[in-house]
Ligand binder design. Sequence first.
Ligand code: ADP
Ligand code: MG
Length: 762
Amino acid sequence: PVDRTPEIQVARLKLPILAEEQVIMEAVTENPVVVLCGETGSGKTTQVPQFLYEAGYASNGGIIGITEPRRVAAVSMSQRVAKEMNLSSWVVSYQIRYEGNVTSETKIKFMTDGVLLKEIQKDFLLTKYKVILIDEAHERSVYTDILIGLLSRIVPLREKKKTPMRLIIMSATLRVEDFTQNKRLFPVPPPVIKVDARQFPVTIHFNKRTPLDDYTGEAFRKICKIHRMLPSGGILVFLTGQAEVHSLCRRLRKAFPFRPNSKVEEKQESEEEMKTFKKAKQKKKMTLPKIDLSNYSAMPVDEGDEDREAGIDDEEEQLGSDVDLDLGDDDGAKEDEKSEPSLPLYVLPLYSLLAPEKQAKVFRPPPNGTRLCVVATNVAETSLTIPNIKYVVDCGRVKKRLYDKVTGVSSFKVTWTSQASANQRAGRAGRTEPGHCYRLFSSAVFGDFETFSPAEITRRPVDDLVLQMKDLNIEKVINFPFPTPPSIEVLIAAEELLISLGALAAPPKQGRLKELERAKLSCPVTSLGRAMACFPVAPRYAKMLALSKQHSCLPFVITIVAAMTVRELFEEFDRPVISEEQKMKLKGKRARVVQMQRIWAGQGPSLKLGDLMVMLGAVGACEYAGCTPKFCEENGLRYKAMVEIRRLRGQLTTAVNSVCSDVGLFVDPKMKPPTEVQLTYLRQIVMAGLGDRIARRIRPEEMLDDKWKNAYKTPLLDDPVFIHPSSVLFKQLPDFIVYQEIVETSKMYMKGVSAIEPEWIP
Ligand code: ADP
Ligand code: MG
C-alpha cells in the first residue's frame, strides 16, 4: 500500500494515464513485452513504475528498473516518484555513471541506459529485476536500441528459467514500427497501448527571416517582447547547450531583475501588476486563435517560399487581435537591452549537467508576481514536463554528436533539428491551456528540416558498440536483433579496426572467400579487448589507455586522449577582419600562439611527439595557471575546450581507477613533463592506437612530379597527403609519422602528427 499525500492524489488523478492503469496492467500481465505510447506529460515515467509497484512487481526482493537516455531524467524522475509515493531515496533510487543512491532496499531504480548495459555485462539475465521499462524509446539512442535488442533475448530466457521478467517499451510518439514490425526482434509483435493526452491548440509563429548565427540574441529579443506585451504564462526557451543557456539567463536577469529579498515592496507592486495582467489575460482568452496542433506537422514543402511566408503572416494578422501575438521579427535592435521597469522575470536554466536541486526548481511555481522563464536545452523536449508553459521560443537547432568518418572521433555540432522534434517542442506550450510557439526561423527553413531524426545507430561508426557487444560474448554481431541494423560495410569496418587493434582475435588466414568474410564477422574478444571495453572512449584511444600503465605513462596518456577527443584546442584565427588595427592585433596573437606551441613542443625527444606534445604542454600549462579564461585568451586556447578536457581527465581517471584499483591515480594539476624515456614510450603508445594511420615521407627517387614535393604516402590513399601547416612538425618533415586525422581542404592534410621510428612498424 502506498501512502500518498492528498495533494499528490489530486495531481495524479489529473493525469490521463491513470484512466488506463487497468488496461496497462492487464497487458503487462498477459504479455512479456508491451509497447506504451503516450504524449509527453501523460504520466508514463512517473506513474507506470507506481502501477507496477502496487501490483507487486517489487515484492520478494524484486526490483523495477527504468532506463533513461539522459542523466538529468534519471535523477529527477527518481526524486519525483519517491516524493509521490512518500518513500525515501533508499527505496526509490537512481544510478548514473559514477553516481547514485541505490541501496539493498531499493525497489524502484532509475538509471541511464549505459548503466543497465554494464549490468548486463555482469549478469546477463538481470536476475534481480522483475520488470524493465525502457523510457524515451522514440529517441532511438544507440544504447536504447542495443538494450531492446538484448532484452528481446533475455525476456524469453527468463521465461524458460521460470523466473519471468517483463519488458515495457515507452515512447512519446506513435512511431514504434521498428520495434513492433521487426520479426527478428520480436517474433510475436508486442501489443501497443496508446494513452491519449489532453493537448490544447498551439499557434505557431514563424520568423520571416532566419538568423544565421545569433539565435540567442534573437531569442532574447523575442522573450523581451513576449514578456512586455503578452498575458501571463510561463516561457520555455529551447537553445542548444549549457553555455548558451547561461549567457541568455544572465542577459534576461539583467533586463528584468528579480530580487527575492525586497519581498514586501515587490509583493504590493506585483499584485497591482497581476491585476492588470489578469485583465489582459481574460481579454486574451476570448480571442486566442484556435489552430489544431496536428495541423502544422504536415507543412507543405513546396516552392515559392516568399509567397508562402507572406501568406502565413497575413493569416495570422487576420486571426490576431488587439494584442498582436505575432511579435514579428527583430532586426537586432539594441534598445531592448535597456529595458523599462517591468514585471520581474523568474529565469531558470535547465540542462543535463545542472545540479539536481537546481533542476527541481523548474517544477515549483514561480514566486508571486513573477513570470517563469525556463531556458533549456532539448532535455525539456520530451524527458521533462514543465508545468504552466504557455509560450515556447524555439531556436530550431540542436547540438548533436557527429562522428568523424575518418577518425571515428566524435564532436558536437549545432544543426537544425527535425520537424518531429520542433513539433514536440511546440507541444510543450499546450499542456495546460492554449499556447503559442515562436520559431526563430522561417517556414521555408522548417520545410527543409528532415521529418524525423534518424536512429543514432545509422549515423555513426560502430567500433565501440561492436567491442561492447563482443565483451558481452555476442560474437556474431551481424545476427544481433537491432531495431534498425547498421550497414554490413560499417560492421565489417568496425571488426577490421578492432582486429588491427588486437581487441578481437584475428580470423584464420586460409579458406574460401565467403567463409573468410563470415569468419571476419564473428571474431571473439581478446583479454586486451575486455580491458579496452572498460574505458568510455573510442577503441583507438582505449587501446592507448590500456597500454599506458607501464612506466607511469597513464597521467600523460589520459591527458593526450582527453585532448584528442575534445579537439580544436586552439582558437580559429580565420574570422573576418575589419580594421587595420584588428589585423595587427590578430597577427600579433597568431605569432604568440605559434611561439607558445613551439615552446610546448620543446626540442629533441619532446618535439618528436609533435602535436600531441603541444596538447600535453598546453593542458599542463593551462592547469598550472588554474585554467582561467585569461590564460586561455592570452595563449589562443579555447577556454571551453580546456574545461571539457579537465572534465574528461577526471572521468577517465575514475574509469582507470575502477579498472585497476592498484594504480591509485588522481588528476594532478601540477603534472610534471614526461621524461625522455617516457616520451619514447608515449610515442609507441600513440602509435599502438593509431597503427593504421601511418604515413611515410616520399623519397626523392619516388618523386614523380612536383605535386609530391614534401608529400607523404599512406597505405590506403593513392594521392599525396601533407602535414598541416599548423603542425609543429610542418617544417621538420620526419620520415615516418602517425596522424590523428586527415582533413581535406585544398590538399589532404594530416593533423595531430607525431614522429615514429621505422623499426617500430610491424
Ligand atoms: P511522461 O513521462 O508521460 O512524459 P511524466 O510522468 O514525466 O510524463 O509527467 C507527468 C506529470 O508529472 C507532468 O504533468 C509533470 O509536469 C509532472 N511532474 C513530473 N515531474 C515533476 C516534478 N518533479 N515536480 C512536479 N511535477 C512533476
Ligand atoms: Mg517521460
